[in-house]
Design a binder for this molecule. Structure first.
Ligand code: C5P
Length: 223
């Protein structure tokens, strides 16, 4: 049985979108609901893990039994994750952080009568790439790859560039898959190659991911 099979693990999950402000009323974000990350946190709690959920703005109910850390911007999410890295064993990056933000946030609301705003964009930090630089030998790190094409190829690239243990890839734009849905069809990509799973609930996907984290972690321990 899975009951309590993660009771020796401290798992940090990122979830939801991030938000980058343009002015006091406008922002850049994306359609991530947070459902996948929240499902992972929920499944990990029920399997006995100590769980921290670092979440961007989401309408979902807090996950009972998890430490909830609420952030807004990608920079804040990165800081929240790195600050806790030394106290966790696994990082699962299910968030969809915004990759660019306005170089400057206007202090006042930009008025239509002001004309079109000229906005310079700068890159936000890549959270999992920062984790890759700061992590220790015990850490198991999992990333996601939501793609409209070439899911396996893109997942393999992320596996290497972010030095991940495995990547959960999914084809977006397919029915019942991706942002906002309750189901997902994913391909888990590790150095052992692609492992396609059937369409299943996000909670079942979460449990599949956590079982693989357990296996990787046991390999680390040499058990
Ligand atoms: O490279 P890309 O952003 O598509 O990779 C997606 C994976 O990287 C996800 O696991 C996501 O949570 C993570 N990511 C991140 N920081 C970013 C952007 C994405 O950790 N700024």
């Amino acid at each position: 049985t899975r009951q309590s099979d993660l009771s020796d693990l401290r798992v940090l999950v990122t979830a939801g979108p991030t938000v980058e402000d343009i002015d006091p009323v406008r922002f850049v974000s994306n359609g991530s609901s947070g459902k996948m990350g929240y499902a992972i946190a929920e499944a990990a709690v029920s399997r006995g893990a100590k769980v921290t959920l670092v979440t961007g703005p989401s309408h979902l109910e807090p996950v009972a039994g998890a430490e909830m850390v609420r952030v807004r911007s990608t920079e804040q999410m990165k800081d929240a994750v790195l600050k806790r890295l030394s106290t966790v064993d696994a990082v699962i990056g299910a968030a969809a952080p915004v990759d660019f933000r306005p170089a400057e946030r206007f202090d006042q609301k930009w008025k239509k009568s002001d004309g079109l705003p000229q906005i310079d964009w700068v890159q936000t930090p890549d959270i999992l790439a920062s984790v890759a630089k700061a992590k220790e030998a015990r850490h198991v790190v999992v990333g996601f790859a939501a793609e409209t094409r070439d899911v396996v190829l893109n997942a393999e690239k992320k596996l290497v560039s972010k030095d991940l243990d495995f990547v959960v890839g999914n084809q977006i734009g397919e029915e019942g898959v991706g942002f906002g849905t309750d189901t997902n069809r994913v391909i888990i990509v590790s150095k052992n190659g692609p492992d396609p799973l059937p369409l299943m609930s996000k909670l079942d996907v979460a449990n599949e991911i956590l079982s693989r984290v357990r296996i990787v972690f046991d390999g680390r321990l040499g058990t």
